[in-house]
Design a protein around this ligand. Structure first.
Ligand code: ADP
Ligand code: MG
Length: 319
């Protein structure tokens, strides 16, 4: 199979057919029409075998996740997903692997209205970069920098499930279908991100753990926050684990949750509850923004929890 057969068979016409694509796969560039009055939101993420995923993981799940992590960034800005490009480095052209990968990617793309419009294919150690492009009406994007003292801090979904799944896999222990799903098939919270335009003062997606990611909001907004750990939304399995070992690092510093963390003023609390109800997405208030800088995490007994490490950082040990 040539490189061009591979692209034609597995990466052409993938995802949603969009009227705003003038040229997709097949020429030197993709040509895309950004509507007047919109800003283009762009983000790229790379997944490397052995670093972000196990090389022998399910290729269909990998195709899904490679796109999902990018869509999660769009969600965190309040952008509507539109287009994606895919740079794929593979050790060999394994037909079954490519078909499964492309299938996982395509299903999520179609579901979210995204067209795969181009990419690059090379041979080498397995690595996947996906660039996503989304649209935001001018002036409505939600930044990390807008949190204000007394704002409520929310998170969607539950925390630490993916981290627990990874820990169990690495230890060779059995993993429930629920936990594995949370690790391998994350759901980007696109609808919630869109609904939070005009409501949230600040927002970020949880890729590195609540402590680190909320930390980015606090730094960008020049504020601090107090989080009540008893109020964190946890699945039954993570809750059991935390009550057995008091390991709060699991929900606070493990990555890959791809939930949203956002802030809004108390007056919008009811409006927010209505939005979550309409979207059928679980959200929870976990704390409050305050003027004094820093993140303070209150344990159920009133003492303060301090992280052993703040979250995943690729270069933390590199110097
Ligand atoms: P060029 O030499 O101009 O970079 P390529 O041979 O790399 O072109 O790619 C040919 C066409 O196929 C381009 O339109 C490119 O965007 C697309 N393409 C290549 N690899 C992929 C991929 N993995 N997924 C989607 N489109 C791809
Ligand atoms: Mg190329």
């Amino acid at each position: 199979m040539s490189e061009f057969d591979l692209i034609r068979d597995h990466f052409s016409g993938i995802g949603h057919r969009r009227a705003d694509v003038a040229m997709a796969v097949g020429d030197d560039c993709a040509l895309l029409r950004v509507p007047r009055g919109c800003e283009l939101a762009v983000s790229i993420d790379t997944l490397v075998a052995g670093v972000h995923f196990l090389a022998d993981c399910d290729p269909e799940a990998l195709g899904h996740k490679a796109l999902a992590v990018g869509l999660s960034d769009l969600a965190a800005m309040g952008a509507e997903p539109a287009w994606a490009t895919l740079a794929l480095t593979i050790p060999e052209a394994d037909e079954a692997w490519l078909a499964a990968f492309s299938h996982g990617f395509a299903r999520l793309a179609t579901e979210q209205g995204v067209a795969l419009v181009g990419g690059d294919t090379t041979r080498g150690p397995l690595a996947i970069s996906v660039q996503v492009h989304g649209l935001i009406p001018k002036g409505t994007a939600v930044y990390r920098s807008g949190a204000r003292p007394d704002d409520l801090v929310y998170v969607s979904g539950t925390l630490g499930d993916a981290g627990l799944a990874l820990r169990l896999l690495e230890g060779g222990d059995p993993v429930s279908e629920f936990l594995l799903g949370r690790l391998e098939w994350p759901t980007p919270r696109i609808e919630l991100g869109l609904a939070l335009r005009g409501i949230a003062t600040a927002m970020i997606d949880l890729s590195d753990g609540l402590a680190a990611d909320l930390g980015h909001i606090l730094e960008a907004s020049r504020v601090g926050a107090e989080i009540r750990l008893a109020g964190l939304p946890l699945s039954e399995e993570v809750r059991d684990r935390v009550s057995a070992s008091a390991d709060w690092g699991l929900p606070l510093t493990s990555g890959d949750d791809y939930e949203l963390c956002f802030c809004l003023p108390e007056q919008k609390r009811e409006q927010m509850a209505d939005v979550a109800g309409r979207l059928r997405i679980g959200i929870q208030v976990v704390g409050r923004i305050r003027k004094e800088p820093g993140l303070s995490c209150l344990l159920p007994d009133g003492s303060t929890w301090l992280p052993k490490r703040p979250g995943y950082d690729h270069f933390a040990d590199a110097h």
